[in-house]
Design a protein around this ligand. Structure first.
Ligand SMILES: [Zn+2]
Ligand SMILES: [Zn+2]
Length: 404
């Protein structure tokens, strides 16, 4: 039985998140807000499942570039591994710096910075769009001559290390502060204090920031999050608000030069009023970070998040045994789940429609995995009841979630 052990990343990171939460409560430190935590997990869950579909593509592209365009033929030796590590870390620095200074890349990287909390759950805020942007930068490596296997292993290291720099529980680390990226350095990077903006881009080594003039030490207490908080926990809004802002700015730009500046310029070139305009257009209400949710809503959100994480874990673990179509269907289920959970945090009234769709997918998958006629009958019966009493169930569901 060939299991996909990449799935273990899910419980591995979850254990550290729980441990950090436990220690922070013990120390009487308020490092987590309910809505921030769930929204952070949502982004990470979607990225993990998208990763399952895209990792093979990157491996293929790296192999193809290596086979056809490599300048050198680089063998796997201790020296070349060190060189590869330095090359990947340097590329990461520039990928990350462009991620902040070029709107095209900021449109995906902004999601990583939307959390006003700073803890291990914020580390999960990586989007699949970011993985694509990063993949583009990493294409330099097979062209230099590193093979796809070596690159993939280094990508794993680069994907794991930064998780541990997203914490407020670790102070300064003495002489290590001079060499590696520490939690202190990354706290600076995630804060919106004016002096800290656009600093400390490094992933594993801090030396690049020192060489290229973007290093700053953590001296004052950081205020985490974007300069203007989003005030929304909607999965879709978090992912696409900036793309919409860019689209409006692009349309408003009169000349070709101005239009190019919207895409390749920095976030400061975008009129801040556009976001307010879009918020009005989409009737977005600001949701406070310390919103108190009803007990039933809170429990439903927690249950849905745990179930989605379990589905994610099992899907990755058994991915070799699930048909491509069912993997895509489960991906749709997971994405609908995180959209629904985000909508619950924003207390939207259309959650039932998504949950109904989720129910249909569960029904189909259940029958696909266990093709038993009796099960088929039960699923069809539930489906028919759902369609027939749609409005009634919808309003009962609303009452259940939003009554105290
Ligand atoms: Zn960043
Ligand atoms: Zn970060």
């Amino acid at each position: 039985m060939k299991l996909n052990y990449i799935a273990l990343a899910v419980p591995f990171f979850a254990i550290f998140m729980l441990l950090e939460y436990y220690i922070s409560v013990k120390k009487n430190k308020k490092l987590h807000h309910f809505n921030e935590t769930v929204a952070n997990l949502n982004v990470g869950i979607a990225e993990r499942i998208a990763d399952l579909l895209t990792t093979g593509t990157f491996f293929f592209v790296f192999s193809w570039l290596h086979a056809n365009f490599s300048i050198f033929s680089i063998e796997s030796t201790a020296t070349t591994w060190v060189l590869l590590f330095l090359a990947t870390d340097l590329l990461w620095y520039w990928y990350h710096r462009f991620g902040h200074t070029v709107n095209l890349f900021w449109a995906s990287h902004i999601v990583h910075h939307q959390s006003d909390d700073f803890n291990y759950t914020a580390a999960a805020r990586i989007t699949v769009f970011q993985a694509f942007a990063r993949g583009l930068f990493w294409c330099v490596l097979p062209i230099i001559g590193f093979n796809a296997e070596m690159i993939t292993i280094l990508l794993l290291v680069h994907g794991t290390y930064p998780f541990f720099t997203h914490t407020q529980l670790v102070g300064k680390l003495g002489w290590l502060e001079y060499i590696i990226v520490t939690p202190s350095h990354h706290r600076v990077h995630h804060s919106s204090n004016p002096e800290y903006l656009d600093k400390n881009y490094g992933d594993m080594l801090i030396i690049w920031d020192k060489i290229f003039g973007t290093f700053i030490e953590e001296t004052t207490e950081p205020k985490f999050g974007l300069t203007k908080s989003l005030g929304s926990y909607s999965f879709l809004w978090q992912h696409f608000h900036y793309v919409l802002e860019l689209t409006v700015a692009f349309r408003m730009a009169k000349t070709v030069k101005a239009k190019l500046k919207v895409i390749f310029g920095g976030p400061n070139d975008i009129d801040a009023r556009i976001r307010s305009l879009l918020e009005r257009k989409f009737s977005k209400k600001t949701v406070a970070i310390d919103t108190k949710y009803s007990k039933k809503l809170t429990n439903s959100i927690i249950a849905k998040t745990i179930v989605t994480m379990i589905v994610l874990f099992l899907t990755i673990l058994f991915s070799e045994f699930i048909t491509a179509f069912n993997v895509i269907l489960i991906t749709v289920f997971i994405v609908l789940s995180v959209i629904a959970t985000g909508a619950m945090l924003d207390q939207k009234k259309w959650i039932f429609h998504l949950d109904f769709l989720r129910g249909i997918i569960i029904g189909y998958l259940a029958f696909s995995f266990f093709p038993n006629p009796l099960l088929h009958f039960v699923i069809a019966l539930f489906g028919a009841i759902g369609v027939f009493f749609y409005q009634t169930i919808h309003s009962k569901y609303q009452d259940f979630l939003f009554s105290n």
